[in-house]
Write a protein that binds this ligand. Structure first.
Ligand code: SF4
Length: 199
């Protein structure tokens, strides 16, 4: 599910995962089958952040394994990136029923897990995908509200205790399933993200 060169990092991430599994802080715990904490490389410079697990993610315990996940893999490959080299997570760890958007209260209840994960991962780049994760990130870093259609592909830099972190907003891949015209834009933004990774 996830890997790292650092035993300490693995231990810390596993510890958070165990806490999430026991969590009953919001009503989403009542309907979940599995929590979805994250997958990929804990040592990655990039964290991709979606909104919440969907049905397939809830069944498998892994993020982005449905149709949006397949498209995400294709988009990553088009930019020379691989899913297994990146860390993928969500703003909330349990599936909202019928894939509705997570409520503000649920995001608030789950926020500390996300903050703890990011502190363990210490990424150089955080890429919120879609409006829910963008909204969370803008609020978290004290930025003005914005929508993904206006600021996708436009990075801004913020500070964390481990150094500068670039926030790079992306459309959610699911949006491109319903609106294929977004795919060239997503491909272009992925290319920019890949360039940032090596800069
Ligand atoms: Fe706990 Fe987060 Fe799951 Fe709510 S979504 S039950 S806060 S882990």
């Amino acid at each position: 599910m996830y890997r790292s060169e650092s035993r300490e990092k693995l231990r810390e991430f596993e510890c958070i995962t165990e806490q999430v599994k026991k969590c009953t802080n919001c009503e989403l715990h009542q309907t979940r089958n599995n929590v979805v904490v994250g997958s990929g490389n804990l040592d990655s410079r990039i964290v991709l952040m979606g909104e919440a697990p969907g049905r397939k993610e809830d069944e498998s315990g892994l993020p982005f394994v449905g149709a949006a996940g397949k498209l995400l893999d294709t988009l990553l490959a088009s930019a020379g990136l691989k899913r297994e080299d990146i860390l993928i997570t969500n703003v909330v760890q349990c599936r909202p029923p019928k894939n509705r958007r997570p409520k503000k209260s649920e995001i608030k209840a789950c926020e500390h897990f996300l903050v703890e994960k990011i502190a363990v991962l210490r990424p150089k780049i955080i890429a919120p995908m879609g409006n829910s994760s963008l909204s969370y990130i803008l609020n978290h870093y004290g930025k003005e509200k914005a929508v993904i259609g206006d600021i996708h592909g436009q990075p801004f830099v913020t500070e964390e205790p481990w150094g500068k972190v670039t926030v790079f907003p992306l459309y959610h891949p699911a949006a491109a399933i319903y609106n294929r015209k977004l795919i060239p834009q997503l491909e272009e933004d992925m290319r920019k993200l890949a360039e940032l990774q090596v800069s």
